[in-house]
Design a protein around this ligand. Structure first.
Ligand code: ADP
Ligand code: ZN
Length: 519
């Protein structure tokens, strides 16, 4: 194994888990490989065919990704090719059937569409494994669900005894179970690497004034330009990409856009310029990412709350692959948080909508937390259960630590408002009540007559939302997520708090950290 690794890839030793996975595959075992981006998953399926001289079939979701990989392998003298759905080239087909490829990439559509005789022919020459890359795509709970991935277990009967290898960089326990089930993995050997990326600094900036958002971002970025190195700025929409590029260019930065509406030629050019350090900043949609193998990206910035922590982890993880200090900043406004409907719109099933919404709420909580960002991420991925101080995120390195204030009065008001509105709504109505709104939906329900009506005028809606986030996090409020909205109610702990105040006439102290939005 070491000899082949050195011969074809030039590496003198294995990274954690690579050797174990390869050995299991050689024994014919199914494998589930969950390793962080950049940790070297590809070797796990690229090495066995070179040892056994039998083709490895690799299912991958994107043509561009396959092209990159095929090119990389060919340069190393490995016989690699890809078959996409649109491809009708008979020679590739024939050569594949002849066992002339070490690594054969296919889109899931193609893999499900090729005839049984293709598999029979391939099998006659020998198949070392079937790898399913980006395996989280099979799961409705995953952040990048793809229907085509769901039929892959149908390949089993065509490839008896061939080990199936599922690989992904992101998997919560739920997704992990889904992968095993959907692909029908048999007592799979599971390799789970740590998700921690210690060299990455995580930080979040909540910006309040939406209008000045881009300018503020541009100013912040300009402070570091030059010393920050290669930077990707991710935006959620093409419109945002264009606006941010404009703001940056106006501020004198060397930034260029990258998104799906640009021509292939232009995109390739931006990619090339970025790879060769001619261009320092790319402002992009998620279209820019898969297949980017630049080891020395120093900074990934998110403009707007991402749609899930899986996506955030994957996108932010593109920096610092060389292990050197790198930063991931996330800029958001509360306005971002209303995009739930936008994200759930494309989902067909109720379960899927709920999953998308939950994933989005987890990302919102990451934005709002005053706890360690790294711990928040690692807890989400089920790697740790308690929060600790990582010393390398904005919350852990806050000068003088986090500041606390007694927010008993405000917490009492918010809990009372949620309770007196009946716990049947999101946060909008109780906060409107606190702020003394006379809107129709308030008056029609008689909420303008509630004792708490207008008692919270002194604080902005965002201030109250931020408090609600904290009360949710501490278990004083409950949220139940429906497909496109959530309902907030007072939890047992909150009831006790209200009850004790009513009984004793004193509201007990409630020290809470002051986050950016509350400052
Ligand atoms: P992943 O698919 O997990 O994101 P890749 O397979 O693309 O990661 O590998 C990431 C980088 O690590 C690549 O540049 C690859 O060449 C390098 N790499 C992989 N395995 C090793 C190894 N054993 N020794 C040194 N470098 C490696
Ligand atoms: Zn931390």
């Amino acid at each position: 194994m070491e000899r082949v690794l050195k011969e074809f890839f030039g590496y003198s030793s294995f990274r954690p888990f690579q050797k174990e996975v390869v050995s299991q595959i050689l024994k014919g075992k199914d494998c589930l490989v969950i390793m962080a981006t950049g940790s070297g998953k590809s070797i796990c399926y690229q090495l066995p065919p070179l040892i056994t001289k039998k083709t490895a079939v690799v299912i991958s979701p994107l043509i561009s990704l396959m092209q990159d990989q095929v090119m990389g392998l060919q340069q190393r003298g490995i016989r690699a090719e890809y078959m996409g759905s649109a491809q009708t080239d008979r020679t590739v087909n024939n050569r594949a059937e002849n066992g002339e490829y070490d690594v054969l990439y296919m889109t899931p559509e193609k893999a499900c569409a090729v005839s049984q005789s293709f598999w029979t022919a391939l099998l006659r020459r020998g198949v070392s494994l079937l790898a399913v890359d980006e395996a989280h795509c099979v799961s409705e709970w995953g952040h990048d669900f793809r229907h085509e991935y769901q039929n892959l277990d149908g390949l089993r009967p065509f490839l008896p005894k061939v080990p199936f290898v599922a690989l992904t960089a992101t998997a919560t326990h739920k997704v992990r179970e889904d992968i095993v089930q959907s692909l029908n993995l048999q007592t799979a050997f599971t390799a789970v690497s740590s998700f921690d990326r210690p060299n990455i600094f995580y930080g979040v900036k909540g910006l309040s004034r939406t209008a000045a958002f881009k300018e503020e971002l541009a100013r912040e970025i300009m402070k570091d330009v030059g010393k920050s190195g290669s930077t990707i700025i991710y935006c959620t929409t093409i419109k945002d990409v264009e606006e941010v590029v404009r703001a940056l260019q106006k501020a004198g930065a060397d930034a260029r856009p990258y998104h799906a509406k640009m021509s292939n030629k232009l995109r390739t050019e931006v990619h090339r310029a970025f790879s060769t350090d001619e261009l320092q900043i790319v402002v992009a949609t998620v279209a820019f990412g898969m297949g980017i193998d630049k080891p020395d990206i120093r900074q990934v910035i998110h403009y707007g709350c991402p749609k899930s922590l899986e996506a955030y982890y994957q996108e932010s993880g593109r920096c610092g692959r060389d292990g050197l200090p790198s930063q991931c900043w996330l800029y958001y406004t509360r306005g971002d948080f209303t995009k739930g409907e936008f994200y759930t719109a494309g989902s067909t099933s109720v379960d899927r909508k709920k999953a998308v919404m939950e994933a989005y709420l987890a990302a919102q909580k990451y934005c709002a937390t005053v706890e360690c960002r790294r711990s928040t991420l690692l807890k989400y991925f089920g790697e740790i259960t308690t929060t600790h101080n990582c010393g390398n995120c904005d919350n852990c390195v806050k000068p003088g630590g986090v500041h606390y204030r007694n927010m008993a009065e405000e917490a009492h008001l918010l809990l009372s408002a949620v309770k007196s509105c009946g716990g049947k709504y999101g946060l909008g109505i109780p906060i409107d009540v606190l702020r003394g709104s006379k809107a129709k939906r308030i008056v029609d329900n008689g909420f303008d007559k509630l004792p708490v009506h207008g008692l919270g005028r002194g604080k902005s809606p965002n201030w109250w939302k931020s408090l609600a986030d904290q009360l949710l996090g501490l278990g004083y409020l409950n949220d139940v997520v429906h497909s496109t909205f959530r309902i907030i109610s007072v939890a047992d702990k909150g009831d006790e708090f209200l009850w004790s105040a009513a009984n004793t006439g004193v509201i007990s102290d409630f020290m809470l950290p002051i986050n950016q939005e509350m400052a």
